[in-house]
Write a protein that binds this ligand. Sequence first.
Ligand code: SAH
Ligand code: TMP
Ligand code: ZN
Length: 423
Amino acid sequence: VSTPECRVCGAPAEPFMSFGPMPIANAFVTADEIGGEYFGDLEVGFCPSCTMVQLVTFVDPAQLFHDHYAYFSSTSARMADHFAAFAEDVRRRHLGGADPFVVELGSNDGIMLRHFAAAGIRHLGVEPSANVAETARSRGVNTVCRFFDAAAADDIRAEYGPADALLGANVICHIPDLNELAHGVARLLAPGGVFVFEEPYLGDIVEKTSYDQIYDEHYFYFSVSSLSRLFARHGLEVVDAARQTVHGGSMRYTVARVGAHRIAPAVTALQDHEARLGLHDARTFAEFRRRVEVSRTKLVGLLQQMRALGKRVVGYGATSKSTTVLNYCGIGPDLIEFISDVTPGKQNRLTPGTHIPIRPYRQFVEAYPDYALLFAWNHADEILAKETAFLDRGGQFIVYVPDCAILAAGSGGVTRRETVSLP
Ligand code: SAH
Ligand code: TMP
Ligand code: ZN
């Protein structure tokens, strides 16, 4: 087996963990499609030269983002609030000039750009998945349906002029050629413009052992350190970084042309934090792998005990992340009756590879199970607040991040107990 090349700097990258054969994370299938699913090895590696953590094999983006993309951002009310605040922050800090122009990559159903549209600000969404792009347009959000790359940057600049703010959320890690991305950003940005984007943070993945962030759409797992090295190759620099609680721990990065903006103290502080966490050291990832293996043993053991006790266990949220957990742990319909999800496009389909039925939310409410395995753990606050009736009737949530635990109604709120062995 030859050593893979780092997709950013070309040096040899070191694979540190294979999750085995995986179907496409968001390819929820119908019963007829079983047998025809695409499987590829999900393996993740670390580049000791530039510190970028990345998948070893990339699935072609055209196979992931298309006219029936399953993820609609506006499904989560908490995320809608988050993006309203994100838009407001960008307006206040960066769009003070005359007739500003803002571009968002991966604008999905318009969850963030609609705020600029409503304020009459010139804007453009770049969104390759036609179905979600169409939803954005129907909400009055100007959207072009294509992948962002260097050619798109040139076309946009020719048509609209340079961008004062270039935005993105949970999309930059989906772009296979980061050097081309950075080049496109440098071409499109106005001289004093900013590129503000937020993505799941490698520091949180390592600290929480949230291995389910690792799936085909996430080609890269960023840190302030790895992105600083990347952008330095393109005359750009990270000028600010701020941790976000959404999606289980994200980082919002602000990038600008070298020298155009003052570098905030948070940038060095976070690089120091990353050095303490060992994000530049291959041993950290070997340790991570061992913790993932322990996590699998605990979760599978717990589900097997519940089955032996005759308990009903239902999944909550057919997330893309759950595809990694279910396939890596070998959890199928024998351990989980169904998964409840509010997304119409996922309902009455089966989970990729493991074929657990996905059912509308009302089926969860109509017959509460004993346990709900919280695959959408990143939305725990929103979901726990919504499911008081389930909890009050003795229903309990199982989570596996940062460790296997059971959440139940207790005095003064929800209590958490770790589950090395069952009650
Ligand atoms: N920003 C939204 C959507 C994230 S899902 C949110 O945070 O909720 C990722 C989105 O990026 C998908 O809608 C996908 O179609 C889009 N995408 C993938 N590759 C892209 C690329 N190269 N350029 C622009 N958008 C892309
Ligand atoms: P995400 O973790 O990628 O944001 O996906 C969350 C999934 O969980 C998505 O399919 C919608 C679903 N979901 C529910 O079914 N109920 C909820 O209350 C929330 C917040 C999400
Ligand atoms: Zn590298």
